[in-house]
Design a protein around this ligand. Structure first.
Ligand code: ADQ
Length: 425
């Protein structure tokens, strides 16, 4: 038993090792939880991010960090395997086929046990423990067995599938048992919560749509946005995509929509910037997605670009948040076209960068964000014509729609999200 009144358990610690020191990792979750952690003698349990590294507990920015180490087999079986090649595709409605592998499952159990034991060690008598996401669904049950005195919350950042899909999982009963250790489970959308409740009604659940740190995305000064627009040839329409390179995000589909609009001569004087963070690159489906995206970009530029003036400008790297703000501010049309997405914070970040109502958001109806951002130009990424129509509508946007969404996002930020979950817990 430890002395922390509040414990966050997440796959990753909220820090990254940069050469010989640590830096806070970017992201809303840390920003939202840091004040709560500081105020309540909090501790964060998670993996430091380097395979095979074993670290003693340390403090960073007033928060106690309790590292859980993962070796190569843990990383491959628990993280790349069960989490990202079984659960990720299954929970995103089988965009690619999930793989069911007994050894991965055993690693998932073993690693969840490590996290549960670490949380049990950190938590004070009667503490509140908040477990994050699909990698750790067994932690609540395991922790409750060791420490029945603690209150356990769980938040699922990704969708929860319909029962007919979930039932495919050979270990579906074990996952449900794990989650039954919770006092409260939070979902992104009502449909996720409803899907879960069709399987069991024993546990208290709620819908808490996550959001962004409203202070993190600043509106960029005119000089920087002009410089960016100039760099891409001062087009009439600057389109933008920002994603992890993931098959759920529909990056290829938006490129195909663009290509088709150019082909038909409906869209002219356009530049498209696609920023993509490398992600899960050892998994075959991710390599295929990247290959298909890069092939489409090459083809579009070959067909419609000129020397020194490509149509698609592509960066396959992570971009610092302050620079991201310049891209968001400069873009006329933001394309967010996932086949399925728990929330999609990029959509909210774009809206946050447009207080004056300029700009337009093309948003997939299958992103959780579409529930709140219903004034966006909604589309169905499975239907190319629907994406094309939304892009064309977005070329002549109604500023009232963007202003409305901006005000909503600024008020419903990630701090409000954390507060509402913890109050309910
Ligand atoms: P993700 O699938 O990673 O998150 P998203 O919500 O869009 O998706 O968050 C991505 C974050 O990464 C954003 O903050 C964005 O700014 C950043 N990012 C993306 N591309 C970048 C780039 N090239 N450079 C720098 N930063 C980049 C999962 C779920 C989502 C859910 C979140 C939070 O899949 O549905 O919204 O968790 O719950």
């Amino acid at each position: 038993m430890g002395d922390n009144e509040f414990v966050v358990v997440a796959n990753r610690l909220p820090v990254d090792k940069v050469e010989d020191h640590y830096e806070v990792s970017p992201g809303g979750l840390v920003a939202a939880l840091a004040p709560v952690l500081r105020a309540r003698e909090g501790c964060w349990v998670g993996w430091p991010g380097n395979i095979g590294e074993t670290l003693d507990p340390f403090e960073f920015g007033g928060i106690a960090l309790l590292p859980v180490s993962l070796d190569q087999d843990d990383f491959e079986g628990f993280y790349e395997g069960f989490s990202n090649s079984t659960l990720w595709p299954l929970y995103h409605d089988l965009i690619v086929q999930p793989e069911y592998n007994q050894e991965w499952w055993e690693r998932y159990v073993a690693v969840n046990r490590k996290f549960a034991e670490a949380a049990a060690e950190a938590a004070a008598e009667g503490a509140t423990v908040w477990v994050q996401d699909y990698q750790l669904q067994l932690v609540p049950g395991m922790l409750k067995a060791i420490r029945p005195d603690v209150t356990i919350g769980f938040f699922l950042h990704i969708p929860f599938p319909a029962p007919a899909l979930f039932q495919q999982l050979p270990w579906r009963n074990e996952i449900l048992e794990g989650l039954k250790g919770c006092d409260l489970i939070g979902f992104q959308r009502h449909t996720d919560e409803d899907n879960f409740r069709l399987l069991t009604e024993e546990i208290r659940t709620g819908t808490f749509p996550i959001s962004i740190d409203s202070g993190e995305i600043a509106v960029a000064p005119k000089a920087s946005t002009s410089r960016l627009r100039e760099a891409v040839g001062d087009p009439k329409h600057l389109l933008l995509g920002v994603d992890r390179m993931d098959y759920t995000k529909g990056i290829l589909q938006r490129l195909l929509a663009l290509e088709s609009l150019l082909d038909e001569g409906k869209l002219e004087d356009v530049a498209f910037v696609q920023l993509a963070t490398p992600s899960r690159e050892r998994i075959e489906h991710y390599r295929t997605t990247r290959r298909e995206v890069e092939e489409a970009i090459g083809r579009i530029n070959g067909r419609f670009g000129e020397v020194g003036r490509p149509i698609v400008h592509y960066v396959h790297r992570s971009i610092p948040k302050d620079q991201l703000g310049t891209y968001y501010s400069a873009a006329d049309i933001m394309l967010v076209t996932p086949f399925k997405d728990g929330m999609n914070l990029v959509a909210k970040e774009y809206v946050a960068a447009h207080p004056d109502g300029d700009g337009a958001l093309v948003l997939s109806e299958f992103a959780g964000a579409a529930v709140e951002l219903d004034q966006a130009y909604l589309c169905n990424p499975f239907d190319l014509e629907s994406v094309k129509a939304a892009v064309m509508d977005a070329t002549d946007p109604d500023p009232a729609r963007m202003r409305h969404m901006h005000d909503w996002v600024m008020e419903h930020d990630v701090a409000a999200w954390a507060q509402s979950f913890l109050e309910e817990l």
